[in-house]
Design a protein. Structure first.
Length: 211
């Protein structure tokens, strides 16, 4: 079968929707690996220099997976949601990983004392990434359920945990370490903002196409 006809058949059969969703899941897997690495760093289970080296590898993998998605979109006639929303979803997942990368790099550069402030925020981020992954898994076959999981990804309490952590730091004497910790918390908050944008892209795409 000629390549163009093969792509068209896959699009019309719905197979392409599954391929595109799988590629975004690959991106989310890289983001989850990055969050896991940041968590190990925050718990003191991994030296900052080692975490910084590993996040570079994970970021490269995430970029490769995003490149595969963009290439697949160019060849595709159909997609599970509008291409613009799917592209925005993919880009925002990439931004989540970038923010986590910045957290790890700056943790290595700043070398702050104590890592306890970050754990609740990282836990919320991990839950949000997991919920978004479930949303993407459901997207080809159950788009409305996918949209519900996307909304749950935004409601894991990340911003609240960030605010609590910053408030606790502001109650402490102003030192270089409290400033460093506040800056690092801002990186995790940024990751949460990008995660919310990714969730909105998926939910908006479902609304536009199916409701």
């Amino acid at each position: 079968m000629p390549a163009r006809l093969s792509h068209l058949f896959r699009d019309l059969s719905g197979r392409n929707d599954q391929v595109l969703a799988a590629l975004i899941l690959d991106q989310l897997s890289a983001a989850a690996d990055g969050v896991g690495l940041a968590t190990a760093l925050a718990r003191g289970e991994l030296p900052p220099g080692v975490a910084r080296s590993r996040i570079g590898e994970i970021e490269h993998e995430g970029d490769t997976r995003r490149g595969l998605l963009v290439a697949q979109l160019r060849r595709s006639v159909s997609s599970p949601i509008d291409r613009e929303d799917l592209f925005r979803l993919s880009r925002s997942v990439d931004d989540v990983l970038d923010a986590v990368r910045d957290f790890i790099r700056e943790a290595d550069l700043f070398a702050p004392r104590g890592q306890g402030a970050y754990q609740p925020v990282l836990d919320a981020l991990a839950r949000g990434v997991g919920e978004l992954g479930e949303a993407v898994r459901l997207l080809p076959r159950a788009p409305r359920e996918a949209a519900e999981h996307a909304l749950r990804a935004k409601k894991q309490g990340l911003r609240t945990q960030y605010q609590y952590a910053v408030s606790a730091l502001l109650d402490l004497p102003l030192t270089a370490d409290t400033v460093k910790a506040t800056l690092l918390l801002c990186r995790l908050d940024t990751a949460g903002v990008h995660l919310a944008t990714a969730a909105d892209a998926l939910a908006d795409g479902v609304v536009k196409r199916f409701q």
